[in-house]
Ligand binder design. Structure first.
Ligand code: NMX
Ligand code: MLT
Length: 450
């Protein structure tokens, strides 16, 4: 039984949902594990730090904790212990669809338990009740220059809703630390429910002659997103697949780490997610999916009507490397094999668009690029990551405005990072504040004489 002061707050939601009650149960069961580790085994050494890690982006330093997902360099991502195929197989499916409810996946990420169909449908209903986007958000978006990047618009829209934060309200009322998770969960769920409409609005305003499509309350998150984008079936399944695949990649990647870092200052979920989205907008991170398509289209244009061949692809890849640029969609900071998210999308393509010329070209690049990167000998991982395969699917279904691709990544990524910051507050994780050294100190440690 939950102690009285830890009862889930009923002021913020009409009725404490099964998900929220289960989350509280899970957080309470987990807390003693964290407390015991810190109190009794806190000084046990788990890693060491080298000079190249200090200068080189803290690569591989094991210094973050999350139970939402784990990334193995060889195997790839597991969400709550399940591989991608296991996740898709386990979760309740939307009737008539190949892919699960995104809302059921949210339940799974939050609690670690696979929901029943009824539990997933309860989240569908809960999201619908929270989905309405305040009018001022659209006003803010409309006030931005129309040529603003969709990621700048998406991040601004999220930040503009900060005034809605229940966490801030309860914090100002003096809530206890053990209660932090509750309004954080409320803020995170409120944001998640609104993101599809915000994103679709940006798309239709910016790229489709300012013709937003009203949401359809009968549909689940994936179905409603496809509807508001104005893209027919099976794009609803593309959306479900895409959001789930992009949700989480443990906590060291730039978007997850930024969201976690900002939230560690007890900044609310609006501030934190907006910051994480800004990190996702970089070309070495989520923007690579747009770069892959722009690289591929530029390559096709350069062919001037010639059929692409492996030789021509190899030459174009070398031209990119020789001009000092990276090959977008290839390489990874942790993975050392083809990203299973790439494989999962490739399977989708093999089933739904096997003969599509752009898919064939993407497959040809997959055949050639790893060899080129290996020959160059710089990248530790010559294999494709998630971004190498995602754009072609969007393009096939008519979403050719590649500037928008990272927004799609952002909706998916929100599922993971918002779950993580809810748990951060549940487990009372500390303010993040690593220690700096000066270059002179590093030289001294290295024994370099001045
Ligand atoms: N093309 C050319 N060079 C590369 C590539 C690539 N795809 N990947 C790595 N390298 C270079 C890298 O720039 C570095 O060069 P230098 O020593 O001159 O600084 C060297 O190889 C060693 O880098 P790694 O240790 O292999 O990779 P790191 O962990 O530093 O970076 C990425 C990881 C993902 C930033 C890097 O592989 C990259 O820039 N890839 C292309 C961009 C991309 O696809 N990003 C998306 C990642 C997934 N996501 O969605 O976030
Ligand atoms: C991600 O999904 O965040 C990317 O693959 C980058 C990463 O994990 O570092």
């Amino acid at each position: 039984m939950a102690p009285v002061e830890e009862k889930a707050d009923e002021r913020s939601s009409a009725k404490v949902s099964n998900l929220k009650a289960k989350l509280l149960e899970k957080i309470q069961a987990h807390r003693p594990r964290t407390t015991k580790l810190v109190k009794e085994q806190g000084k046990i050494v788990i890693d060491q730090v080298t000079i190249d890690q200090c200068i080189g982006g803290a690569r591989d330093i094991r210094s973050l904790v999350t139970d939402v997902s784990y990334l193995d360099p060889q195997e790839g991502i597991r969400f709550r212990g399940k591989t991608i195929p296991e996740t898709f197989a386990a979760l309740p499916k939307v009737p008539g669809s190949e892919y699960p409810y995104v809302e059921g996946f949210w339940y799974f990420l939050m609690t670690g338990d696979v929901p029943t169909k009824e539990e997933a449908l309860a989240v569908v209903a809960d999201f619908k009740a929270r989905a309405s986007v305040p009018k001022y958000v659209f006003d803010v978006l409309r006030a931005m220059p129309r040529d603003s990047h969709p990621m700048a618009m998406f991040s601004t829209a999220i930040l503009s809703m900060q005034r809605e934060s229940l966490f801030v309200k309860r914090y100002n009322e003096g809530m206890k630390k053990t209660e932090y998770w509750d309004p954080m969960y409320e803020d995170c769920t409120n944001i998640m429910a609104k993101l599809p409409e915000i994103a679709a609005y940006i798309y239709r305003m910016k790229f489709k002659g300012d013709s937003p499509i009203a949401s359809d309350p009968k549909l689940d998150l994936g179905g409603n997103f496809a509807h508001m984008m104005g893209i027919p079936k099976p794009y609803d399944d593309v959306a479900r697949m895409y959001f789930i695949l992009h949700s989480d990649h443990e906590s060291g990647n730039v978007s997850a780490h930024t969201t976690h870092l900002v939230a560690s200052a007890l900044s609310d979920a609006y501030y934190s997610l907006s910051a994480g989205i800004n990190g996702l907008a970089g070309p070495l991170h989520g923007l690579a999916n747009q770069e892959v398509l722009s690289w591929t289209m530029k390559f096709m244009e350069g062919l001037g009507g010639q059929e692409p061949t492996e030789e021509l692809v190899r030459k174009a890849l070398w031209d990119t490397l020789n001009s000092g640029q990276v090959i977008p969609g290839y390489g990874h900071a942790v993975l050392r094999k083809t990203d299973p998210r790439y494989e999962s999308q490739r399977e989708f393509c093999l089933k739904h668009l096997p003969d599509y010329p752009l898919f064939k070209l993407i497959s040809m690049i997959y055949k050639v690029a790893p060899g080129v990167l290996e020959e160059q000998g710089k990248a530790k991982n010559p294999w494709p990551n998630v971004d190498a395969q995602s754009g072609v699917i969007q393009w096939y279904y008519g979403l050719t405005e590649w500037d928008f691709y990272t927004v799609l990544f952002g909706i998916g990524r929100a599922l993971g990072v918002l779950t993580n910051i809810t748990w951060d507050r549940g487990l009372g994780y500390a303010l993040e504040r690593p220690k700096s050294l000066t270059t002179a100190m590093l030289e001294e440690i290295a024994g370099i004489k001045k």
